[in-house]
Write a protein that binds this ligand. Structure first.
Ligand SMILES: Cc1cc2nc3c(=O)[nH]c(=O)nc-3n(C[C@H](O)[C@H](O)[C@H](O)COP(=O)(O)OP(=O)(O)OC[C@H]3O[C@@H](n4cnc5c(N)ncnc54)[C@H](O)[C@@H]3O)c2cc1C
Length: 407
């Protein structure tokens, strides 16, 4: 009998951990594993803001997928998924190639939600992928150079839209990075303005009151102008317009106001609810026995009304259960129900501070930053054991990340 083909779409948090667990759980020769990802690197999505501000090296954030997988057990295809033909059980790649599957895992992640606000898609920057984050850094450099020619202060005004988790992390990174970048490039830092705009009455409203206060004070201390209770109505290449009529001249808007599931899944002729692929308690796509979906593009209802949020924590808890269930399905054994256990959240404010809640313990400042490092190291451990943690911290891989970014 031929070996079943397990095909994983997406080499992000969910996809990579599913493949690593399958490598572990499957007996030799029991099934073929294939990972398909757009790029030959796996980026640490939770740290992409560091690429935008250049506070981490490329290789600290973008890890070579061929180096992460066991080539004897997993086949890697660098390609963009176009669609899935469920009737023929084939994945169609951009370029026409087709990859047959017996079991499919859809882990294609998220897209940025722009809510149809004019100009956001065209002119704002997104922290969505390694490439889109790198584009922020190149744009800052370009504005520095142009400022030296025309002294237009809007080039030194950096707006972060959205005071949620990702937004405050981006602000924190800019606070860390800009003084150094200004010095390196001969730009007067005293002329730089960082503006955070949030539509709700405060930043991170879902965090404890003390964390909100800590973040607000952190912004004040670092001269970040915080504008709350104001929606952005329009973004142009030269300014943003707010709902009270205020106009902020700026050439750089980083949009961090929300995410939605990768819209590509709508092409797969699978059920779609709330823009995502609904899954049952075993993480199988509804009414499908051999298609699983995890992470940001999956809709897992925790109760009748609310779904699990799009977080790495969810993807990383789903991946091992997904791998386990595929192995069980191959062996004709009972599947395991997925249960989510929220462990807490920690948001960084640059390298030396963070706010968050782990269990019932509230963290802030340096201790928070330390906990953030522990969380990131834990992920590296899941992905590649202690060897990967050491490799990443020593910066052993110096091979540049090959990407093309509009500069
Ligand atoms: C700046 C930032 C900070 C965050 N911080 C946290 C945090 O502290 N804690 C937390 O829990 N969550 C955090 N998140 C959310 C978290 O990163 C996501 O929930 C998580 O990455 C979801 O994992 P995933 O596997 O579903 O998708 P991803 O990790 O996004 O992976 C999707 C993969 O699919 C690939 N792909 C997409 N389309 C195609 C295609 N057509 N063909 C081939 N490949 C494709 C992508 O290249 C990518 O490799 C943060 C997110 C951001 C942006």
């Amino acid at each position: 009998m031929s070996k079943p083909n397990i095909v994983i779409l997406g080499g992000g948090y969910g996809g990579m951990i599913t493949s690593k667990r399958l490598e572990k759980f499957l007996k030799s020769g029991e099934a073929n594993i294939t990972v398909i990802n757009k790029h030959d690197y796996h980026y640490l999505t939770t740290q992409l803001h560091k690429i935008g501000a250049a506070t981490a090296t490329d290789r600290q954030i973008a890890l070579s997928i061929p180096e992460l997988i066991n080539p004897e057990k997993t086949n890697f295809i660098k390609a963009e998924v176009d669609t899935v033909d469920t009737s023929k059980q084939e994945v169609c790649l951009v370029g026409g190639e087709r990859v047959p599957y017996d079991y499919l895992v859809i882990a294609l992640g998220f897209e940025v939600e722009t809510f149809g606000i004019p100009g956001i898609k065209e002119h704002a920057f997104e922290i969505r992928s390694f490439r889109s984050s790198k584009a922020i850094y190149h744009h800052i450099m370009k504005q520095f150079n142009l400022y030296k020619q025309d002294q237009d202060l809007s080039r030194l005004t950096f707006v972060v839209a959205g005071g949620g988790f990702t937004g405050i992390e981006m602000v924190g990174e800019l606070v860390d990075a800009l003084p150094k970048l200004c010095k390196e490039h001969g730009v007067p830092f005293e002329k730089v303005k960082i503006v955070a705009v949030e539509a709700a009455p405060s930043v991170i409203p879902f965090f404890p009151k003390q964390s909100v206060e800590y973040t607000t004070q952190f912004f004040e201390k670092h001269n970040v102008e915080l504008i709350t209770s104001r929606k952005i109505l329009e973004c142009t290449p030269e300014e943003i317009r707010l709902e009270n009529g205020a106009v902020i001249p700026t050439r750089t808007v980083v949009w961090s106001c929300g995410v939605k599931g990768n819209t590509i899944v709508k092409k797969f002729s699978l059920p779609i609810e709330r823009g995502k692929v609904p899954v049952d308690s075993y993480l199988r796509v509804k009414n499908m026995k051999n298609i699983f979906s995890i992470g940001d593009n999956a809709l897992f209802m925790k109760n009748e009304k609310s779904a699990l949020p799009p977080t790495a924590q969810v993807a990383l808890q789903q991946a091992p259960v997904c791998a386990k269930n595929i192995v069980a399905a191959i062996r004709g054994e009972a599947l395991t129900q997925f249960e989510y256990h929220h462990k807490g959240s920690v948001a960084s404010l640059g390298t030396w501070a963070a706010v968050g809640l782990v269990g019932s313990v509230r963290l802030s400042g340096l201790i928070g930053a330390f906990m953030k490092q522990v969380i990131e190291a834990r992920y590296l451990f899941m992905l590649g054991g202690p060897a990967l943690i050491i490799r990443q911290h020593l910066g052993v891989s110096h091979e540049p990340v090959k990407i093309t970014v509009k500069q």
